[in-house]
Design a protein around this ligand. Structure first.
Ligand code: TXA
Ligand code: MG
Length: 316
């Protein structure tokens, strides 16, 4: 398996237009040269991602981000200074050299500076940004370890840069910046409350238009059925032998302990965020047919966790 921490090898793969999985603090990314339209197309093929779903460009500095946009308003500067490197993506008017394959033909581009040291080191060795969606087949749960990536996409990658388990565990928070206004496109690994402490209230994007397929109803979905809500109320609705449980703080007394996972016994939303995707994967690989999950407190990272649970449970 071509998996390790060889930055030179990762660089060579990328310079040849090939795909490399990269660790970030949020989830693993499936990266290619973000200025090479052919390389970017390989990302879409490997993930079976619909071509209308734009990608995030990853950079190692605010200066590099500015080269990819036609405008970097003061609000973007404030947010980038405060939260980069970190789990925040900014959507801004794109510069002409950003290929249409990256932006799916839109006139905006999504950019972030990830905080994982290996990926920052790699970005500093390259003279182009990395386009990278989460390194999972389109629609499935995002990967939070190199092993998750290897299982599903290993064959299609030139290299997997192994940076251990992701610290945050949920994708970045996405903000669209329109002049002096920030609009939340996706709740994620940076708490909206921390953004609002700087910017004042952030509007939440609401439209039936699919701007970001992370916003598609069904996404982040295991193969098994997922039902979110009151676990006690849902248990009688399914044959016991088919039930698996994803609890927040506690296991459910009427289900066998080996058929349950608990996100954070101490009720810590950061710990729950770190665990949610890998626990969904584990449950998906266990014997059973339905995963009964419960909502977590809808504050801080809980908003993003609940969003992912809701999408995992959506009809397909
Ligand atoms: O944490 C993350 O954001 C991870 C790591 C790898 O950086 N990446 C990630 O990428 O989650 P992906 O492709 O799974 O999700 C990116 C989201 C998609 O929902 C996409 O539609 C949205 O960003 N997006 C990208 N460009 C956009 C744009 N110009 N306008 C609106 N949404 C955009
Ligand atoms: Mg994704």
């Amino acid at each position: 398996m071509k998996l390790g921490n060889d930055l030179m090898l990762a660089k060579q793969c990328l310079e040849m237009g090939n795909l490399v999985a990269i660790p970030t603090e949020t989830v693993y990314g499936l990266a290619a040269n973000g200025l090479d339209a052919d390389a970017v197309l390989r990302i879409f093929e490997a993930k079976k991602r619909p071509s209308f779903n734009p990608l995030i460009l990853h950079v190692a500095s605010i200066e590099k981000a500015k080269l990819l946009v036609s405008d970097f308003p003061p609000l973007a500067e404030i947010l980038a200074q405060a939260f980069w490197p970190g789990p925040l993506t900014l959507v801004l008017p794109k510069a002409p050299q950003v290929p249409d394959t990256v932006t799916a033909g839109q006139d905006t581009v999504a950019i972030r500076m990830p905080s994982h040291p290996l990926t920052l080191a790699l970005l500093n060795m390259l003279d182009f940004p990395l386009a990278a969606p989460s390194a999972n087949p389109s629609g499935y749960i995002s990967p939070t370890t190199a092993g998750h990536v290897a299982e599903q996409l290993g064959e299609q990658l030139c290299y997997i840069l192994d940076g251990g388990a992701c610290n945050v565990g949920l994708e970045s928070t996405i903000l669209k910046i329109e002049h002096d206004k920030a609009i939340l496109l996706r709740a994620g690994g940076l708490e909206v409350e921390r953004i609002e402490a700087l910017t004042g209230e952030v509007a939440v994007f609401q439209s039936s238009e699919i701007l970001a397929p992370g916003m598609l109803q069904s996404h982040y979905a295991p193969h098994k059925q997922v039902v979110v809500g009151d676990i006690s109320a849902n248990i009688p609705l399914y044959p016991l032998a088919e039930i698996l449980v994803l609890g927040f703080q506690q296991a459910h007394p009427s289900i066998a302990p080996n058929r349950q996972l608990v996100l954070s016994p101490k009720g810590d939303l950061h710990e729950a965020a770190r665990n949610v995707f890998s626990y969904l994967r584990q449950l998906d690989s266990m014997e059973g047919k339905v995963i009964l999950a419960e909502w977590v407190p809808d504050i801080g990272l809980g908003r993003a966790i609940n969003d992912r649970l809701k999408r995992a449970a959506a009809d397909r």
